[in-house]
Write a protein that binds this ligand. Sequence first.
Ligand code: GLN
Length: 447
Amino acid sequence: ELTKALFERIKNVDDKIKAYITLDEERALLKSREVDKKGDFSNPLTGIPAAIKDNICTKDLKTTCSSKILANFIPPYDATVSARLKTGDVVFLGKTNMDEFAMGSSTENSAFFATRNPWDTSRVPGGSSGGSAAAVAADECIFAIGSDTGGSIRQPAGYCGVVGMKPTYGRVSRFGLVAYASSLDQIGPITKDVTDCALVLNAIAGHDKLDSTSADIPVPDYTESLKPDVTGMKIGIPKEYMGEGIDAEIREAVLEAAKIFEKMGASFEEISLPHTEYALWAYYIIAPAEASSNLARYDGIRYGVRAKDYDDLIDLYKKTRSEGFGAEVKRRIMLGTYALSSGYYDAYYLKAQKVRTLVKRDFDEAFKKYDFILVPIAPTIAFKIGENTDDPLKMYMNDVCTIPVNMAGLPGISLPCGFSQGMPIGLQIIGKPFDEPTILRAAYAFE
Ligand code: GLN
């Protein structure tokens, strides 16, 4: 019934929202019936219909990364996250739209179509996991899975008024996640509330021998963190996230949230994370550098679409990549190749890695004193479709509040904390490495 109701809902609203690229109705209904027959509902996610971002491999189900170059790619295997959810009898409704190869902040960089914000369809849902966030917000699934390299789970969750978590780097296996920037990518849940976030994290977290960067650290039961108690907790509010460039209403909403925590028995203070301003620029060296290397595999031979007419092997590569990649992906490949080329490597890539260490140290220092850090999710509410498409720099600036968290490998959760012009405002809670329990607890208390 639930699966049918959701497909009914998708049929009614997805023309307007455009959250999904691929629907898998037949298999979803089959799986639902199977689960019903089994009748074992001891696992809370059993039979729950979910949507999966289209850069996470699903066996025998198209996985396009919203790119023409993978438009026909059907993975012969499941990502570890997909496999774990399937083992838990989650029902996959389909695959959601995204910025091509997760490069973007608005889902306008999809090679297929733009997704719309369910609160106002003239606005973007955020990105790159815009399809996943919109599907949750528009009741087109019960929960969704996204990926976050520089904010791609948290920012769309914030723009769509839902809950999104980027776990600590290494907490969730990246095996089968199509790599964008491998040292920054993490998979995480996008859900309707904090309880669901904990349940989904329980299902997907944990060591995986197929991902050498996954951490061999025990996974707690995250639902045990769901206690509305923040008594005695110390909160840091970095001034670098609350100054110029951040909308006044967003700043106020974050301060208002801090006061609510104070009323519940926590205390807050202004702090400084002095290297914040450099994080964004360093990210836009490191992420494109890793992307340029990761995307070298799309050569028309091994995966996906191949150009039709070509003279020789080099021509085949050139034509396939010219036709297959969109403008933003090409921009990143060029930026990254440049930053990695001999003679420039030290000046750009190495320098950026040093900045990354400084950003991480700022957080390490702060976490000696504070339990969690409270900041906005983005400088503005969801912007209008088309507003930033001609200005990549403006689009990149939008990630200023989320990127440092990826650079430092920390967990961050986004949850709604108010409205501006009828659109949701997102609050971000940042935690110590592997301290998802504290940020879940704070988020649960706040919600
Ligand atoms: N907007 C950022 C970028 O374009 C982050 C995207 C992401 O987290 N995948 O790189």
